[in-house]
Design a protein around this ligand. Structure first.
Ligand code: IPE
Ligand code: IPE
Ligand code: MG
Length: 243
């Protein structure tokens, strides 16, 4: 194809909606630093960060992305001060209750990835109820990772695979991951300036494209998501082959 004969259906620098990632995963990071910069307690950053999650989920749905996986609380985050953990848990409660009430109306389902057995009985009950509603909803799916660790997920899946007496193959192991049945994320975004995965989606990220930016999560906006998708669309994905 000649240099000028290629039809460009979208403007350079803009999201090409015909080549969207089906699944975007985000490590929400920078809530604490955002608050500190304003002289506020870290928990204030989490409150604004939770609203950012809502906004970005709506944007993904509107664009036509099918799955959004968000890292909200890691298996290591229990090390934080009790007050911070408790604020995060009460935010979780609020969003679970809201999801139960609105998922069907908004055609948006919320699922949870992680070991929920460490949560309070009240939160576990809300998660069960949210799951029951989600079962009735078709469409955009947001996965909230709570008490989630990539290593924990793989180990948990391997144990289930072994207990079922299944042969240890990639396919069999994947059936027991929290993400069973969901395509791997094509794009993983980490705002907040850190260049690491912090135990996120270790199995699923094998061929993901990574996008890091300095914007702190509470400041992350629609333009930031667009920029991440545009960057993803400029990548050459080879999966170990040659083109
Ligand atoms: C991300 O923001 C939210 C969670 C990990 C729960 P942080 O709380 O990690 O914010 P920073 O990285 O300390 O700024
Ligand atoms: C990763 O962020 C976990 C979540 C976003 C939930 P952290 O802030 O906990 O990661 P580190 O400590 O910077 O690696
Ligand atoms: Mg952090």
């Amino acid at each position: 194809m000649g240099l000028f004969s290629k039809k460009v259906s979208h403007k350079a620098g803009q999201v090409d909606k015909s080549r969207l990632p089906r699944h975007i995963a985000i490590i929400m990071d920078g809530n604490g630093r955002w608050a500190k910069k304003r002289g506020l307690p870290r928990t204030a950053g989490h409150k604004v960060g939770a609203e950012t999650f809502r906004k970005i989920a709506l944007q993904c749905k509107a664009l036509g992305v099918e799955y959004l996986t968000i890292y909200a609380f890691s298996t290591e985050n229990w090390k934080r001060p009790a007050e911070e953990v408790s604020t995060l848990m009460s935010l979780l409660k609020k969003y679970m209750q809201e999801a139960i009430d609105t998922m069907e109306r908004d055609k948006m389902k919320l699922r949870f990835f992680g070991d929920l057995s460490a949560l309070s009985p009240e939160l576990q009950d809300l998660a069960c109820r949210a799951n029951a509603v989600a079962d009735r909803v078709e469409g955009f799916q947001a996965n909230l990772c709570i008490n989630y660790g990539g290593r924990d997920e793989i180990l948990h899946a391997a144990k289930l695979c072994a207990a079922a007496g299944e042969e240890m193959t990639e396919e069999n192991l994947e059936k027991h991951l929290y993400s069973a049945g969901i395509p791997d994320p094509e794009l993983i975004i980490r705002p907040g300036g850190e260049l690491r995965l912090s135990n996120f989606l270790l199995w699923q990220c094998a061929y993901s494209e990574f996008y890091f930016c300095d914007t702190l999560w509470p400041d992350f906006g629609e333009r930031d998501l667009d920029e991440a998708i545009v960057a993803y669309q400029q990548r050459d994905r080879r999966f170990g082959g040659v083109k």
